[in-house]
Design a protein around this ligand. Structure first.
Ligand code: AMP
Length: 281
């Protein structure tokens, strides 16, 4: 695996391959776990060449968020990417991504508003802009994103379509710990007690899904079931929502054949965790 730090050296490595080889791209912020590696493996299965990036993007963090303390461990991450058979690690500096004079940003208006957009209104603008920039640098055939950040997937997919980017955007399933907690770089912040309590997110989603399978179609009742699981812990609910899986609009009654997203964001201490499931009643 080759590690490159500049857009020019990334292009030098990719240019000879572009006409003959398919390129899959997995953007990350590092602190890699099985969730990230599953994306790399999927990309490798479907492409000749896999580029993974590690860039902790300052513009998607709020002023009081964890940008400074976000876990960074390049040598460990590089070894993991190598073991997952990534071909190129793109590891740009902030100065490479946002040189002096930088003044362009990408806004995806509607899909960025609900769910995480309510408590993190700056977030998806930062994400859309950095992903647009990374796509401009890598120019992959296919971009791989995780369902863990489902709203991010929809925002990026919309952005790619709206800006006529030719990239295919693919979503891969959530990878979970044995006890159901969705893998996340931020799980490392949790205390032992919080880590145990954090399994309530997945339990909450599954209890709502179970209720749905018993015939409950009323979203308010399903959300109450989700909230009940979280209420038994020290977690503070940021949102517990049921929305249309394409538009993220609120759903009041789940209808046969229309895909819905059960989505949760919960704070344990200072750590904010998200999780979701897609259901097709
Ligand atoms: P991040 O490093 O958190 O920005 O995540 C980079 C990519 O990995 C995003 O597309 C995430 O959705 C994806 N990802 C993060 N956690 C998981 C997980 N547990 N399962 C699957 N994909 C994940």
């Amino acid at each position: 695996m080759k590690t490159v730090r500049s857009i020019a050296s990334l292009e030098a490595a990719l240019k000879p391959l572009r006409s003959k080889k398919s390129i899959g791209f997995v953007p990350t912020m590092g602190a890699l776990h099985e969730g990230h590696l599953s994306l790399v493996r999927l990309a490798k299965k479907q492409n000749d060449v896999v580029v993974a990036s590690i860039f902790v993007n300052p513009t998607q963090f709020g002023p009081k968020e964890d940008f400074k303390k976000y876990p960074r461990n390049l040598s460990k991450d590089a070894a993991l990417l190598k073991s997952a058979k990534a071909d190129i690690l793109f590891y740009p500096s902030a100065a490479e991504m946002y040189p002096e004079g930088f003044q362009t940003s990408v806004t995806v208006s509607e899909l960025a508003k609900p769910l995480c957009g309510l408590s993190r209104p700056w977030h998806f603008g930062g994400v859309a802009t950095v992903v647009a920039k990374l796509l401009g640098a890598v120019k992959p055939d296919t971009l791989y994103l995780g369902q863990k950040d489902y709203q991010q997937f929809l925002v990026v997919e919309r952005m790619a379509r709206d800006l006529n980017l030719t990239v295919h955007v693919k979503m891969a399933p959530i990878v979970r710990e044995k006890d159901g907690l969705a893998m996340s770089s931020r799980n490392a912040y949790l205390s032992v007690t919080e880590r145990k309590e954090a399994t309530a997110l997945n339990r909450a989603l599954l209890s709502a899904k179970k209720l749905l399978s018993k015939g409950e179609r009323n979203a308010a009742a399903l959300k109450t079931a989700m909230r009940r699981e979280i209420a038994a812990t020290s977690g503070r609910i940021d949102y517990a929502e049921i929305v249309d899986a394409r538009t993220l609009a609120d759903v009041l009654v789940l209808k046969k054949g229309s895909k819905a997203l059960f989505a949760l964001a919960v704070r344990f201490g200072k750590t904010r965790l998200i999780d979701n499931i897609l259901v097709n009643p």
